[in-house]
Design a protein around this ligand. Sequence first.
Ligand SMILES: *[C@@H]1O[C@H](CO)[C@@H](O)[C@H](O)[C@H]1NC(C)=O
Ligand SMILES: *[C@@H]1O[C@H](CO)[C@@H](O)[C@H](O)[C@H]1NC(C)=O
Ligand SMILES: *[C@@H]1O[C@H](CO)[C@@H](O)[C@H](O)[C@H]1NC(C)=O
Ligand SMILES: *[C@@H]1O[C@H](CO)[C@@H](O)[C@H](O)[C@H]1NC(C)=O
Ligand SMILES: *[C@@H]1O[C@H](CO)[C@@H](O)[C@H](O)[C@H]1NC(C)=O
Ligand SMILES: *[C@@H]1O[C@H](CO)[C@@H](O)[C@H](O)[C@H]1NC(C)=O
Ligand SMILES: *[C@@H]1O[C@H](CO)[C@@H](O)[C@H](O)[C@H]1NC(C)=O
Ligand SMILES: *[C@@H]1O[C@H](CO)[C@@H](O)[C@H](O)[C@H]1NC(C)=O
Ligand SMILES: *[C@@H]1O[C@H](CO)[C@@H](O)[C@H](O)[C@H]1NC(C)=O
Length: 527
Amino acid sequence: MLSQTLGLAVLALPLLAEAKDCSQAAFQKIIPSNSTFNYVTKVAAGGTFTDAFANANATGLPEGCAVSVRVPTSGNSSYNMAIYLPNDWNSRIITTGNGGYGGFTNWQDLGVYSHYGFSAITTDTGHDNPNPLDSTFALNKGSLENWGWRAMHGSVLIGKALSAEYYGQTHKYSYYSGCSTGGRQGLKEMQVSPEAFDGLFVGAPAWWIPHLGIYTSQATLGNLPQNSSHHISAALATFINDEILKQCDPQDGVTDKVIMNPEGCVFNPLTLLCEGASNSSACITRPQLDTLYKALHDWTYFDGTLIFPAPSLGTPLVAYIGDSPIPNPMGTGMIEHLLLNTTEPYDWSTFNESVVRLSEAIDPGNASPDDYDISAFEKRGGKVIHWHGMADPVIPFRSSTYFYSQVASSVAPHGIEMDDFYRFFPIAGMSHCSGSEEAPWFIGGASQPLTNVSHGVPGFEDAQHNGLLALMRWVENGTAPEKLVATKYNDDDPKKGVYRQRPLCPYPSEPVYTHGKIGFASSWKCS
Ligand SMILES: *[C@@H]1O[C@H](CO)[C@@H](O)[C@H](O)[C@H]1NC(C)=O
Ligand SMILES: *[C@@H]1O[C@H](CO)[C@@H](O)[C@H](O)[C@H]1NC(C)=O
Ligand SMILES: *[C@@H]1O[C@H](CO)[C@@H](O)[C@H](O)[C@H]1NC(C)=O
Ligand SMILES: *[C@@H]1O[C@H](CO)[C@@H](O)[C@H](O)[C@H]1NC(C)=O
Ligand SMILES: *[C@@H]1O[C@H](CO)[C@@H](O)[C@H](O)[C@H]1NC(C)=O
Ligand SMILES: *[C@@H]1O[C@H](CO)[C@@H](O)[C@H](O)[C@H]1NC(C)=O
Ligand SMILES: *[C@@H]1O[C@H](CO)[C@@H](O)[C@H](O)[C@H]1NC(C)=O
Ligand SMILES: *[C@@H]1O[C@H](CO)[C@@H](O)[C@H](O)[C@H]1NC(C)=O
Ligand SMILES: *[C@@H]1O[C@H](CO)[C@@H](O)[C@H](O)[C@H]1NC(C)=O
């Protein structure tokens, strides 16, 4: 704890105390004339803060000022933004994101980033319901546009102005950190406004909006109905995952219950077949093999064009083919509320790929960051650190490699190399945004909370282990991250010590075991 505090003190700059006026009057001229304050509140050192739109409390805050503004937007919609302004400021701003369809002010993340000394911005995305699956807000197209991009865009502009007013000087650097929908929101705002951020720390972005929600339901549809001969039960799915691990784990050179290179694994599912199996409750039938085949292969249009990549080998099967009698509600809600604008239940028996074409045509909420040519962002010195768990069952890992390749081919004509400004770090074995039983996964990313840790990577508060510090070093000092080191603590509790550490390598390079203990980062190299 002490070393963390000292490390951050180096980043803090002296400031004029008299500039810090935490009153509505001080900010009145800053906010849009059509907007109103929800609150302007001083917070004492060690304080707890939350608001009516939040899904969590920020605790142990440094002394500062909490401000929230409500902005009316088109079609009887509005959004709320909030900012936390710590008095001991590091001259930097960070913007945080949300999750799924959820609308909430992210006080949890504002708390985390205040401990680094950032002034930190959040938006409720234009509706207030933290449930990541509830898309009914999208029936109001103004609210959908807010969730898509408008709330984030306006919140960043207002937040920057509030910060400048409070400290009496503009920020030196502007960062973004978010995972999942939070990843999407950052990439979208960077495309809408290349000057919004100097650096983005983006995890598992839910970026391909016209396809993603429908994919999640389509993946479960293939495993239904539950009483059919092709259905794979949760128990059978676990058995299949065990066999995938058994075959793929040694193929990467190290048997450690982590599939380091799922794309390189040659997996033979025929070993699972009941034909000839001695144990009839631990095998799959031909119809179940068909279901498995579909689950492991990309979803494409009839002509072979990609609709959505399948999750990588090693991703928990039951988590994406489902264990429920109905298709994943993510896609059901998307079709009803974002596409057809109805509360009538969608009838999956009529489903076909024309729904995906419709979704592409509508591009709901303009939410998708698919303007891949981000050369304007690169030209002003912007940097991206993008990360994604290879065992992500919610947003398949290879949707990120696809995004990466789309950006790469769009910036190449400008003479821009990805490594110069955009590095993608796959995290082998990690689930959605966080978590793995065996693989090192923690890099201090958004949606990677550790119990009883205020912020950062305990014991390793440096740019090698903390991806946000790596991004700051890249943006501010020009030192590009050649690798990051991910950490897995025993029981995910830093007090119990480190279980394993391992390098994450900038795609397309990969961590390869060289020699020594497999739990040591030094036993691996990027190649
Ligand atoms: C904040 O903490 C209080 C007191 O523990 C609790 O009642 C409340 O539900 C929390 N708020 C949120 C949004 O989690
Ligand atoms: C309110 O002001 C903001 C900021 O200028 C603007 O983006 C928004 O469209 C305005 N709202 C309405 C309903 O005109
Ligand atoms: C505007 O939105 C509010 C809150 O969602 C709702 O109560 C009101 O009926 C809406 N007004 C119109 C004209 O749609
Ligand atoms: C599966 O369940 C449905 C609905 O309960 C029923 O109509 C159908 O006959 C069942 N099919 C089989 C193969 O048991
Ligand atoms: C058969 O497989 C099931 C499921 O994996 C397992 O629980 C059971 O112990 C196995 N039976 C034998 C005789 O191996
Ligand atoms: C969507 O449905 C809502 C009511 O459910 C209606 O007020 C709105 O006009 C519809 N919007 C469009 C674009 O059809
Ligand atoms: C696909 O679905 C659409 C919309 O429900 C329907 O109009 C169309 O006839 C369907 N096409 C096929 C080939 O089933
Ligand atoms: C977190 O810290 C509090 C206060 O020190 C303690 O009561 C609690 O048990 C800790 N929780 C965990 C999961 O370690
Ligand atoms: C930049 O380099 C200087 C000198 O080594 C160091 O003190 C500072 O912390 C670095 N800044 C960042 C953001 O890493």
